[in-house]
Write a protein that binds this ligand. Structure first.
Ligand SMILES: NC(=O)c1ccc[n+]([C@@H]2O[C@H](COP(=O)([O-])OP(=O)(O)OC[C@H]3O[C@@H](n4cnc5c(N)ncnc54)[C@H](OP(=O)(O)O)[C@@H]3O)[C@@H](O)[C@H]2O)c1
Length: 214
């Protein structure tokens, strides 16, 4: 599949690199310098290139949205029409200083995003994991026990695409249901971040969310 990366920072840079190594074709876009996008594409060691958000959106089968909440409007303006596109969003609706969620309880960032692009197929995924663990999970992907990763969305084919990308990274995808479940997974992501960055266990403790009974 061809995956467009909208936001090539900590999450987008790492996930895009892993998708390319897993065999997907990746288009890195949306960073402050074109040089950085080119460096990421070269370093991905797979089929990867740098492009504008518009090119990434036009050419991709699926898009990973990985920008700060304050940049969503800007990136969506740059992509143009996203009708029919699968958007896998790891973006959390954080305030400017990243101390809290600006949307919670009665809605979620993912649901608000879906309202902004009503003809796109939005799936919420990857936001419950700290970027620091992604390469480690990928390296360990052939081990018998894989850490789980929850995702949610309203479009079944979009969710299948997200599940494939989650497997590519080395997680066991857990379908948490419709997009409104993001009201619970997004606050959960803050707990994960608290454990990863403030707690004593570090990121490796935070991502080991597993299903019982397996
Ligand atoms: N980091 C995590 O562990 C983590 C975990 C779960 C969820 N999330 C969520 O994932 C999303 C992305 O987080 P992140 O940590 O990957 O953020 P990040 O490292 O800051 O990446 C954001 C990307 O947006 C680009 N950008 C910012 N302002 C721009 C502008 N004016 N023009 C063009 N590009 C611009 C940045 O460019 P540069 O590369 O040039 O800086 C960067 O590539 C956020 O919503 C966050 O809440 C993050």
């Amino acid at each position: 599949m061809r995956v467009g990366i909208l936001g090539s920072g900590l999450m987008g840079g790492k996930l895009g690199t892993i998708f390319a190594r897993a065999g997907q074709e990746v288009i890195f876009s949306y960073a402050r310098s074109q040089e950085k996008l080119k460096r990421l594409a070269q370093g991905a060691k797979g089929r990867a290139r740098a492009a504008t958000p518009r090119e990434a959106a036009q050419d991709a089968d699926a898009l990973l949205l990985a920008v700060h909440w304050s940049r969503i409007e800007d990136v969506l303006n740059q992509t143009g029409d996203l009708s029919g596109k699968v958007i896998v969003s790891c973006s959390l609706p954080m305030n400017a200083d990243d101390t809290g969620l600006v949307i919670a309880h009665s809605s979620s960032g993912s649901e608000e995003l879906a309202k902004m692009v009503p003809k796109a197929r939005v799936v919420s995924a990857f936001n419950t994991v700290p970027s620091e663990v992604l390469f480690g999970v990928y390296e360990a992907r052939r081990k018998a026990t894989r850490p789980s990763l929850v995702y949610c969305g309203d479009d079944e084919s979009g969710k299948q695409v997200a599940a494939e990308l989650i497997r590519d990274v080395g997680f066991d995808p857990v379908d948490a249901g419709p997009l409104r479940i993001a009201r619970y997974t997004e606050p959960f992501a803050l707990l994960v971040a608290e454990l990863a960055y403030e707690g004593e266990g570090g990121p490796e403790l935070a991502y080991r969310f597993e299903r019982f009974g397996k």
